[in-house]
Design a binder for this molecule. Sequence first.
Ligand SMILES: N[C@@H](CCC(=O)N[C@@H](CS)C(=O)NCC(=O)O)C(=O)O
Length: 88
Amino acid sequence: MSGPESYQLFTSDTCGFCARVRQFLQQRGMSMEFRDTLRDPAAFKELLQGGGRGTVPCLRIQRGDEVEWMYESMDIISYLDTHSPQLG
Ligand SMILES: N[C@@H](CCC(=O)N[C@@H](CS)C(=O)NCC(=O)O)C(=O)O
């Protein structure tokens, strides 16, 4: 898949798997929008409807009109590891 991508990380404060992904981002100096599914009911609803599950962490990847919802902290970290040059 080519072209620019934009990311949102659906996350919660209490989730250790989310902390792992956020720590990875911090170490790499990457920033992206965080959507807190416990504090923001609209974010939780969007995750459920878009991704099909309320599990966090989930990375929402937007490529043009196409949206991919990626679950699993290790998959998210591996993905961002290879796509990091695209991050501002
Ligand atoms: N194997 C997953 C585990 C994710 C997970 O268990 N998330 C918990 C919070 S720590 C969760 O969202 N549970 C609620 C649910 O699955 O709906 C990962 O590494 O991302």
